[in-house]
Design a protein around this ligand. Structure first.
Ligand SMILES: [Mn+2]
Length: 430
């Protein structure tokens, strides 16, 4: 980026930030812009992007508020970054900043799909209903177009979603045989659904990075990496499944039961059965089209949510029975010992989601669950529905996560671990 360019509106920032600081932040804005341009203009930049200097490590963070800061207060650096990005990609038509909810260029998407013949579909690790459903629906769409398609996932499909894949068409990396590995090597299109982040690709990241295939991302997440792929992202979409339904339209493939069922599961699970704020009238229109070709919501609901084991139900009962209220009911805390699992006849994964149930209590704002692990340490899970940032709380214990949900491990005896958790949360309310 050239530093000689000036613009009248950059003077405000220059008054408050020293010259070196501006240079420093220009680099950050530069990285953000490159990242965003790549994602919203579908231009396949190599990743990492070669530059005539070194990227500042901060660039990796790609925090979009910095871009906004520059766009609003110092347009010159942003323009310079744009110009520089244009220079980097001079052989390609470039480049306007598009809003986050820019409509996907389905024509371009269709071109890429039509030019492929041997396709690998993949998804994020710890698969959920959206990515599994999206991949299975997309597989059927691509098969209709006469493509060779295989779904290779970083992890196994969780048991509650197995009903979607009776023919076992999803292969987990760990179960990939020699022939599957050969397919992965020789595919001409590597197609990622429901994530655009290296970390979320888990074990698949290495394969994706090293593949010489063309790379395509269809996603609805706001945060991600460039992945060195052509990216089609609509962060307004409630689920990747919605984008898959739109892709069927774009590719001229009529919806049928085998596409609609997994797509419905994708949308229903990512919207918390149509109750999250991401749900719009359009969500219901899409769902209606899926019902028109035979999806039965009662059957889907039963498969997804009414398959609990008796052990799980008993564990829920035991754990909720012990719940303690702190901070006048704003913070609810409970715990699961190995003895609880044994007494309930439950397995560790049966404890999933119990911490969220605490937030169903009127007046509760924060919840935490301590779970004893086999090595004698504890895992703490934090949940928030207030301003308290769970990832900051978890980071105090060496863990991490998101604002509304995070976790960490504690190598402390139970009473001390409990006290540490209660103290840490209480401090946030002072
Ligand atoms: Mn999703």
């Amino acid at each position: 980026m050239t530093s000689g360019q000036t613009h009248p509106s950059s003077s405000l920032a220059k008054k408050v930030v020293c010259r070196k600081g501006i240079q420093h932040m220009k680099w950050m804005a530069y990285g953000c812009l490159v990242s965003h341009l790549t994602r919203f203009t579908h231009i396949p930049l190599p990743d990492p992007i070669p530059t005539d200097g070194q990227f500042h490590p901060f660039v990796e963070k790609r925090t979009s508020w910095i871009v906004l800061f520059f766009l609003f207060f110092t347009r010159a650096p942003a323009h310079a970054a744009l110009a520089h990005t244009s220079a980097l990609t001079a052989k390609r038509p470039i480049c306007t900043m598009m809003p986050m909810h820019a409509p996907i260029d389905w024509q371009r998407f269709a071109e890429i799909v039509h030019s492929a013949s041997k396709i690998v579909l993949t998804m994020h690790h710890r698969p959920d209903g959206d990515c599994v459903g999206s991949a299975l629906a997309m597989q059927q769409i691509l098969l209709r177009l006469g493509k060779n398609v295989r779904i290779i996932a970083p992890h196994q499909t969780p048991p509650n979603l197995a009903f979607l894949d009776p023919n076992h068409s999803i292969t987990a990396l760990e179960n990939l045989d020699a022939e599957g590995a050969e397919y992965l090597q020789s595919a001409d299109l590597f197609f990622v659904l429901d994530t655009s982040s290296w970390a979320q690709l888990g074990e698949m990241a290495t394969h994706f990075r090293e593949s010489s295939a063309r790379k395509l991302v269809l996603d609805h997440h706001t945060i991600g990496d460039a992945l060195g792929a052509e990216t089609f992202i609509n962060s307004q979409a409630e689920a990747a499944g919605t984008l898959v339904v739109q892709a069927a339209n774009a590719l001229g493939v009529p919806l049928a039961q085998d596409i609609a069922l997994p797509a419905f599961v994708a949308i229903a699970t990512d919207t918390g059965w149509f109750r999250f704020s991401s749900t719009t009238s359009e969500t219901f229109r899409t769902a209606a089209r899926l019902l028109d070709v035979g999806v039965q919501p009662d059957e889907v609901y039963k498969e997804l949510y009414e398959q609990e084991s008796l052990g799980r139900i008993r564990l829920v009962g035991r754990t909720l029975q012990k719940a303690e209220a702190y901070l006048e009911g704003q913070f609810l805390f409970t715990w699961i010992m190995l003895d609880d699992l044994a007494a309930a006849g439950a397995i560790p994964s049966d404890s999933e989601d119990i911490v969220n149930m605490l937030l169903q209590v009127q007046g509760s704002k924060m919840a935490a669950l301590l779970s004893e692990l086999r090595d004698g340490t504890f895992k703490v899970s934090f949940r928030s529905r207030c301003e308290v940032d769970c990832s900051l709380l978890a980071s105090q214990f060496g863990g991490g996560g998101h604002k509304k949900a995070a976790g960490a491990s504690l190598a402390l005896p139970f009473e001390q671990a409990k006290q540490a958790v209660v103290d840490a949360v209480s401090a946030k309310f002072e």
